[in-house]
Write a protein that binds this ligand. Sequence first.
Ligand SMILES: NC(=O)c1ccc[n+]([C@@H]2O[C@H](COP(=O)([O-])OP(=O)(O)OC[C@H]3O[C@@H](n4cnc5c(N)ncnc54)[C@H](O)[C@@H]3O)[C@@H](O)[C@H]2O)c1
Length: 294
Amino acid sequence: MSDVTSIPVGGERPYQVLVGRDLLDELPGLLPGAAQAAVLHALPLREVADRAAATLDAVGVAPMLVEVPDAEAGKDIEVAADCWDRLGAAGFTRTDAVVGVGGGAVTDLAGFVAACWLRGVRAVQVPTSLLGMVDAAVGGKTGVNTAAGKNLVGAFHPPAGVLCDMSTLDTLPAVDLVAGLAEVVKCGFIADPAILDLVEEDPHRHLRELTERAVRVKARSCRRTCASRGRARSSTTGTRSGTPSSGTRGMRGGTGTRSRSGWSTPPHWAGCPGASTGRPPTGTAASCPGSACR
Ligand SMILES: NC(=O)c1ccc[n+]([C@@H]2O[C@H](COP(=O)([O-])OP(=O)(O)OC[C@H]3O[C@@H](n4cnc5c(N)ncnc54)[C@H](O)[C@@H]3O)[C@@H](O)[C@H]2O)c1
């Protein structure tokens, strides 16, 4: 592997974020044992998706190109349902995989499709926007938008690996590069002041280093989130930390945990008006002294 930076992300299922140029050849190595892989992408990334598919094909993993609507239009439950229909028609099994090629919208969708198919198959993310690289594709938060709001439906499903191929940024529209840089600067203020110096000097010249530094910040924050999720899980379900419990999977607010005796409620629902019914929090922060509704 030439000039590739590998950044580990911990948690129940640790994985690596690889940063470099022309990284698509690394894709098959992240999917050992897969017989087929669905490559989700939107039209602007068709060429990158084609290359990813060719790489998989070359090592005997049958690629299935799945084009989805671009940007937020793709983060839709109907689009996810179409993807599941395609996986079903192709006979996708537990060892097969989903690859997300695109900006944060596509990687959110691809992760969600993978999280739900057979209750979880491998996802590999190939983010092609800066925001996707430093934020959306790292950490395992996946989801779609609904009429009730953005990102309200989703699952926590860490990827099997993330490939940040800097060469894909060559075609990223300037406005989207700036959006990603805003996230990078945020990482600078929160955790790594050297980022601010590099941005001030020349963000284009230092783009790779900035990406790596911001991914490291995100990876550290993932470790903390995963650790606290593990603690919450073991204290609410009595399971060993690190043992997945399907009852507590989900995005913020989560769900109650079904036991033989009925519904128990996680501690962050404490005092929530909805908690005594065992239903998810109502979303009305004002009436909720717990943290679930905020
Ligand atoms: N899961 C998370 O933790 C997390 C974190 C932050 C953001 N997000 C989500 O990410 C999404 C925003 O991501 P985004 O800023 O990447 O926007 P986006 O995915 O909508 O992409 C913006 C546009 O850039 C295009 N594009 C992407 N890469 C390109 C490339 N290399 N060349 C040419 N065009 C390219 C896309 O096709 C799209 O038209 C939102 O849906 C947000 O909710 C998720």
